[in-house]
Design a protein around this ligand. Structure first.
Ligand code: 5BU
Length: 449
């Protein structure tokens, strides 16, 4: 066994690669999952790895080493300690306050910087990282990467003139694990087949609404309505009197799949308003959606849902919930469809990557949840709802940020867009609703190709 093989088998024992069925963030099913973070749990392996990475570039001088959180951060730190080259850290995200820098550490413009990454796939995210480091005035020419998933990333970076050195390719990893009986023949065949498929294509594609793997009856009903009415528009009736809400509902009714309310802003809220809305919803075929944003323990949420003067449980087909109180707090919503809030549209929202992935995880495992609110792609098992849509303005003075229907359907693969002021502030609400309906549906159809 050579030292590379020895390293790989020990790393495998730490759990850096797992075999089975995994749904990746992009929604595609993969027969393996790679996570190099456990390497930091073995100082010996980390040291070996850092020496191997330094050897890939031992004929070059750099003024800085940059680690990208999280997996590459301990690697870059170890390389910095061995080589005496100072470390800088590229943030995962702007922290939204304080210095607002994307790169932390002591450096100045014009310095050369070696970038360290754990895994390279299509190269897209690595190019974004390089771009952010270069925007700080640093010179990036060389990159070292532990694992190449062989999905075109290395070539893409080389085309742009970067020198990329990788320690292992995924095919090599599979061959070594198979050679030392960590993988059976059939597992190897299955994985190689997966690797030979152009998965990038699959990643980019979105599922048509009718193929979404939604099991909740209200979710199914929503999909059915969307296909029937050729609409993915949810109108947000953020109005403060019953008369205004009813007038608005009547004007948009033909063009929407759901009417969203904030019942606690309606000053004269009454049972009669709900009676009228239910009647209209039945006749014109749309759902009633209460954007309550529950955010408490289950017991309190249950009382807010059933016992408040709004009697939400009596009429809402859909409710929004911040699942901050944990998965069990979602169980109280009976037959109403729950939409969790994974990410908010407003500037500086605290719903970062970490929170987002935790919400998705909770949502995928709780049958009462039929979808999520977010501003990015989610998997095929949940419906995606995206507010912050307006064709005329890019934001308001209170932090709201808008996108066009094209952006939310093409880039985020959203299923339903939520529009408030774009509709109710319009001089001709009915025409505006028709326009949003058409634009949304065209953007959705285009995003299928
Ligand atoms: P607007 O007028 O189109 O900006 O209204 C958007 C509506 O969607 C409004 O009722 C918000 O409360 C709601 N909303 C949002 O804008 N952004 C979010 O992230 C979430 C809800 Br969650």
């Amino acid at each position: 066994m050579n030292p590379r093989e020895d390293f790989l088998l020990k790393a495998f024992e730490l759990g850096i690669i797992k075999f089975g069925n995994f749904t990746l963030k992009s929604g595609i099913e993969s027969p393996f999952y790679v996570d190099l973070r456990p390497l930091a749990s073995s100082p010996q392996l980390l040291k070996t790895l850092s020496n191997n990475l330094l050897e890939l570039v031992d004929n070059k001088d750099f003024e800085l080493i940059c680690g990208v959180p999280y997996a590459a951060l301990p690697m870059a730190t170890a390389m910095s300690l061995t080589s005496n080259i100072p470390l800088i850290i590229k943030r995962k995200e702007n922290k939204g306050y304080g210095t607002k820098r994307m790169v932390e550490g002591v450096f100045h413009e014009g310095q050369t910087c070696l970038l360290v990454e754990d895994v390279i796939t299509s190269g897209k995210s690595l190019l974004e990282t390089i771009d952010q480091v270069e925007r700080e005035g640093l010179i990036v020419e060389d990159l070292v990467v532990v694992l190449d998933r062989e999905q075109g990333g290395v070539d893409k970076l080389r085309e742009r003139g970067y020198h990329v050195q990788t320690l292992f390719t995924i095919n090599e990893v599979i061959d070594i694990l198979h050679k030392y009986h960590r993988l059976t023949d059939s597992e190897k065949v299955k994985i190689k087949e997966f690797l030979n498929n152009p998965t990038e294509e699959v990643v980019q594609k979105r599922l048509p609404l009718e193929e979404k793997k939604v099991t909740h009856p209200i979710g199914k009903r929503l999909v059915e309505l969307a296909l029937k009415k050729q609409s993915n528009l949810i109108a947000s009736a953020d109005l403060i009197t019953s008369a205004e809400v009813l007038r608005f509902a009547n004007e948009v009714a033909d063009h929407i799949v759901a009417l969203k309310l904030h019942s606690d802003i309606i000053q004269d809220f009454s049972d009669d308003l709900i009676y009228q809305l239910k009647k209209l919803a039945k006749e014109k075929e749309f759902l009633l959606f209460e954007d309550r944003k529950f955010a408490d323990i289950g017991n309190t949420q249950e009382m807010q849902f059933k016992k408040s003067i709004y009697k939400i449980s009596d009429w809402a087909d859909l409710v929004t919930v911040h699942p901050i109180g944990g998965a069990e707090s979602l169980k109280v919503f009976e037959n109403t469809g729950v939409i969790t809030l994974a990410e908010m549209s407003s500037k500086g929202a605290l719903t970062d990557d970490y929170y987002f992935s935790k919400v998705i995880n909770v949502s995928e495992n709780e049958p009462k949840v039929l979808g999520c609110v977010a501003q990015r792609k989610i998997g095929d098992h949940l419906l995606l709802f995206t507010p912050g849509v307006n064709i005329n303005v890019s934001g308001d003075s209170k932090g709201q940020q808008y996108n066009t229907p094209e952006v939310v359907f093409n880039n985020y693969h959203t299923d339903f867009m939520i529009v408030g002021r774009g509709l109710y502030k319009s001089a001709d609400v009915k025409t505006a609703a028709k326009e949003y309906q058409t634009l949304g549906w065209i953007a959705y159809l285009q995003s299928l190709n």
